[in-house]
Design a protein around this ligand. Structure first.
Ligand SMILES: C[S@@+](CC[C@H](N)C(=O)[O-])C[C@H]1O[C@@H](n2cnc3c(N)ncnc32)[C@H](O)[C@@H]1O
Length: 313
């Protein structure tokens, strides 16, 4: 080995030992942090879990040589991660049982979620913004992994992406839902918006979804929670019956001619009764041009803020 080569090896080894020392100290810090094991601290636990996965386990995986200390540290990190996952599993088992027992509906549901998150914390967003609240709601509403699509979307149809949970809580607050209102999510995906609106307001909520696997998944999730005022219909939005709906939500499920056709169906519904349409994402720009609808604001600057439109008969 030349002098230069041995310098490179020495530098590399001292880099590794510095990195190992940093990981060791991070691991010590997490192990001593009793707060993350407190059931109520979901947020802190989610951050710790992320840190364990991406800053400890992943880094240990990339370290060479795999010394006994590297292996022992990884083992410790994985054990702590499993321990944190188990605390969450117990927490969600308890909350889901409470939902089934009817303990959390309307204000009770919002109070429950507010114990873990500040639902009024709204930032300016220029894209769908997800946070730990979405992880919490995912775990709370569904117990199985999402399915694969089975149908090819037409070119104007938009693929599945969920509305951030924070936006759904905001809209539940913004729209003054009455107990006789019926909420429709047009292009309801895995059903989260439908279930959340039902839980946060107690009103009837219906999802219309083109993809059968998504619709079946949503139905199972609602049945497991005994949400008996929630329905999912597997159909193309152009063929759905909107006659029972009063508030229609669209997170840009489609564009172009399909959007035009569905808006025309809603316009016809609006001839018979007062309805509201809530949009989120790029479809807001098309809906704002509809002269039969009145937006809740004079300027809609941000498409990633739910916009409410009303139509009087
Ligand atoms: C952007 S995602 C919105 C998901 C859901 N609203 C949510 O917030 O979680 C759009 C959804 O619309 C569905 N979709 C697209 N075209 C449709 C159509 N013609 N009829 C019904 N659903 C459609 C897609 O399968 C997808 O699940």
């Amino acid at each position: 080995m030349t002098k230069e080569e041995s310098h490179t090896v020495i530098n590399k080894l001292s880099g590794i030992s510095a990195e190992l020392a940093e990981i060791r100290s991070d691991m010590e810090g997490l192990s001593k942090n009793a707060a993350i094991c407190n059931e109520e601290n979901f947020n802190k636990r989610a951050e710790a879990s992320d840190f364990l996965e991406f800053h400890i386990i992943d880094r240990l995986d990339s370290l060479r040589p795999k010394t006994a200390e590297v292996t022992a540290l990884k083992d410790r990190a994985e054990k702590l991660k499993t321990q944190l996952d188990e605390i969450d599993s117990k927490l969600f088992k308890k909350i889901r049982a409470g939902i089934r027992a009817g303990q959390y509906s309307g204000a009770y549901f919002k109070n429950l979620v507010s114990k873990y998150f500040d639902l009024n914390a709204a930032d300016k967003r220029d894209e769908p913004d997800y946070d730990n609240l979405d992880i919490f709601i995912n775990r709370l509403l569904t117990a199985e992994p999402p399915p694969r699509e089975t149908r090819k979307l037409e070119p104007e149809m938009v693929f599945y992406q969920k509305t951030p949970a924070r936006v759904i809580f905001e809209l539940a607050e913004k729209v003054n839902f009455g107990i006789d209102d019926v909420f429709f999510d047009i292009g309801s995906g895995l059903g989260q918006a439908v279930m959340l609106v039902n839980l946060a307001t107690g009103i009837k909520a219906v999802g219309v979804e083109f993809e059968p696997a998504f619709c079946d998944y949503a139905k199972r999730a609602a049945t497991e929670l005994d949400l008996n005022r929630v329905t999912f219909i597997n159909t193309d939005a152009r063929d759905a019956d909107y006659s029972k709906g009063t508030v229609f939500f669209m997170y840009t499920p489609f564009k172009g001619e399909i959007l035009k056709d569905v808006l025309e169906l809603l316009r016809k519904e609006a001839l018979n009764r007062k309805i509201s349409i809530i949009t989120y994402g790029p479809c807001t720009a098309a809906v704002v041009l509809q002269r039969w609808l009145k937006p809740d604001r004079t300027v809609i600057g941000n498409i990633y803020e739910a916009a409410v439109f009303t139509a009087a008969p």
